[in-house]
Write a protein that binds this ligand. Structure first.
Ligand code: ADP
Length: 641
């Protein structure tokens, strides 16, 4: 991994290594510290944001709850203020008010917000309507004239049927203007007389229907003389039994009102809204009714608590739905339950009741957007860190390149001075010896001169290599590619090595295939490359040298292969032997060299568009092969023209 990022770092031989390590550490720290600081700050900020956000969320939920309670309060007040009314002073006024205020209430399914009933109160808080008959209507509007009519009634019974007698009594009652006359308990006499007549008359009697209608009208009338609610409801049930088809407006409101009055008996309560349990005949064990006094105190609205709760909940929820909240009315005694539930009492408007807010949906929605924001923050921090890392990798690469360059210069100078000095020294020593010898022996002189010649050759090759290397490094190699017969290159190289390769102990052979196609080559440089391979084969084989040069066609390339029986090297070093100044480390390496030969070979072959192959077995030998592309027909024709 490291070698892929910093390919040149493995070839580093900087001395001291500690210096490089310290430099890299410095760069690493310079990048890592701000990155760590940045990440740390981001994490801290996110954590703080999360805490702030949780607090803000709590505040927001509380605010929504308070808002919901305000909405509830307004809804309750709106219901109460349906009747900001004068207090009636007379019972008959109370009855009219009852009818007027209820409007369509009491008929069919009540609309949202419509009360289920109401009480009309006297100034002292006593319910005026609906009222219990006994002891409530004060003073009873009784007319003693009725007494004489009752006497006439009894007389009539002697000669007439019971029904006729009652009908006669009723007619006289009206005649005498006694419609408002009441019993001491407040009940109107006339409707009771009419009912008695109906009960006596046969249904086929022509007077039955008219009497039934007259009584039904009286029962459904709320004007003076006002009938007590209990009498009205009693008569109404009797009329139903007798076959009356009409409906009684506000019947259910009146039933409810009466039940509440019974519950309240003797306990007037004008100011405080309250909840009462009332028992309605035939409707289960009882139901809760909420009493809401209207401003002014003349009226108390009655709502069935269950229905009221449903409606209020719906009303509050309509205002909360867009924000993702859900409210529920609960008894204040219920403990708060469920995650994200907030609860607050409603106060005096609905004593004993609390509003519970389910905040889970709103929290989830808000959390979603908060998460998106945090992710954005993390992403920007991460990209900054990644950018920093990339920049630092580039910086380190650049740094390593510079280090490598410095190394190359250093190695170059070291190697060149060593490699040049060695042959120079031996040449000088041999010549000095010959010059200072007063009696030079011909054999010894010849042997010395042969060594001088060899060293001069070596020196020449070294200088050539350095010059080629210097040109390659500068990018100053001028290639002149021409269609070339492969044999031309082989001949030039063989001619150069022949004197030495022909020496005893060296078996050098060449095998060149016939009618090889032309290659596109710069003859001098390709000869140098082949020469370097031959030189290495010579250098890295022992006393019994066997070197073979083959030239064959291999697909679209010509392959120049140099095979030797030398010492070979560890195949794992294969990719590195082409690096400049690289030499395979060996203990007691007796072979001298600058580590430039194969680097030059590869550079030249690359420039020819070819490739170099290496096969080696330590202790057995090596095969180095240069592949150079054959001239294609097209390019050949181009050269001919
Ligand atoms: P030099 O020969 O000056 O050391 P080269 O670049 O020519 O540099 O070779 C690089 C290394 O490759 C040599 O040090 C040697 O270890 C190895 N090498 C090259 N040719 C052969 C060969 N024919 N047999 C064994 N080892 C070789």
């Amino acid at each position: 991994m490291l070698s892929r990022l910093f390919p040149s770092s493995l070839g580093l031989r900087l001395k001291p290594r500690g210096e490089l390590f310290v430099s890299l550490l410095g760069i690493g720290l310079a990048v890592a510290l701000p990155a760590v600081a940045w990440v740390w700050t981001t994490v801290r900020t996110l954590d703080r944001d999360r805490r702030d956000w949780t607090q803000e969320l709590q505040t927001l939920h509380r605010f929504r709850l308070e808002e919901a309670i305000r909405t509830l309060d307004v809804a309750l007040k709106a219901r109460g203020s349906r009747a900001g009314h004068r207090t009636p002073s007379r019972v008959s006024e109370a009855g009219v008010l009852f009818r007027d205020l209820l409007g369509d209430a009491g008929e069919g399914v009540p609309h949202e917000g419509t009360p289920d009933g109401l009480l009309v109160l006297a100034a002292d808080g006593t319910p005026l309507y609906p009222a219990l008959a006994i002891g409530v209507i004060n003073p009873p509007e009784v007319d003693v004239r009725g007494e004489t009519l009752m006497g006439a009634f009894h007389q009539r019974l002697l000669t007439q049927s019971m029904g006729d007698a009652y009908l006669g009594l009723a007619a006289q009652w009206v005649e005498q203007g006694l419609e408002g006359s009441r019993s001491p308990s407040g009940r109107l006499y006339l409707p009771s007389i009419e009912l008695a007549a109906l009960q006596q008359l046969s249904r086929d009697d022509p007077r039955f229907e008219s009497t039934l209608e007259s009584l039904a009208r009286r029962v459904s009338r709320h004007t003076a003389p006002l009938m007590p609610a209990s009498q009205r409801l009693f008569l109404w049930r009797e009329l139903q039994r007798l076959g009356a088809r009409a409906t009684l407006p506000a019947e259910s409101a009146e039933v409810l009102g009466l039940a509440v009055v019974q519950e309240l008996a003797g306990k007037p309560d004008r100011e405080q809204p309250t909840v009462k349990t009332v028992h309605l005949s035939g409707e289960g064990p009882g139901q809760k009714v909420w009493l809401l006094p209207a401003p002014g105190g003349g009226v108390i609205w009655l709502y069935q608590l269950e229905r009221l709760h449903r409606e209020l909940e719906a009303q509050v929820n309509r205002s909360l739905v867009p924000q993702g909240y859900r409210a529920k009315l609960v008894s204040q005694r219920d403990p708060v339950s469920g995650v994200g539930a907030l609860q607050a009492s409603i106060g005096s408007a609905l004593p004993g009741w609390a509003l519970r807010l389910d905040t889970s949906v709103a929290t989830a929605e808000l959390a979603g957007s908060a998460r998106r924001q945090a992710a954005l923050q993390i992403a920007s921090a991460a990209s900054a860190v990644i950018l920093g890392a990339v920049l630092s990798v580039l910086a380190v690469r650049r740094f390593l390149q510079r280090v490598r360059l410095t190394e190359v210069r250093h190695d170059f100078l070291t190697t060149i001075s060593h490699e040049l000095r060695t042959p120079m020294t031996s040449i000088r020593m041999l010549i000095d010896t010959l010059v200072s010898d007063p009696n030079p022996q011909p054999d010894r002189t010849r042997a010395y001169l042969e060594v001088v010649s060899r060293e001069t050759l070596r020196l020449g090759r070294l200088v050539d290599d350095y010059l080629t290397f210097a040109r390659l490094e500068r990018g100053g190699m001028n290639y002149d590619f021409q269609p070339t017969a492969p044999e031309t290159v082989v001949e030039a190289a063989v001619r150069s090595v022949e004197p030495r390769f022909a020496a005893p102990g060296c078996d050098f052979r060449t095998e060149i295939a016939r009618e090889l196609p032309m290659i596109q080559a710069d003859v001098p440089s390709l000869t140098t490359a082949l020469l370097n391979l031959l030189e290495n084969a010579f250098k890295y084989t022992g006393a019994d040298k066997r070197i073979l040069l083959t030239v064959t066609q291999s697909g679209s390339t010509i392959c120049f292969a140099v095979i030797d029986n030398g010492r070979g090297f560890d195949p794992r070093q294969r990719s590195r032997i082409f690096d400049k100044f690289y030499r395979v480390e060996r203990s007691g390496n007796s072979v001298t060299g600058a580590g430039l030969g194969l680097h030059i070979v590869k550079s030249i072959v690359d420039a020819h568009g070819g490739r170099v192959e290496v096969e080696t077995t330590p202790g057995e030998g090596s095969r180095f092969a240069i592949h150079v592309p054959i001239v294609s027909d097209d390019s050949e024709r181009a050269y001919e023209t």
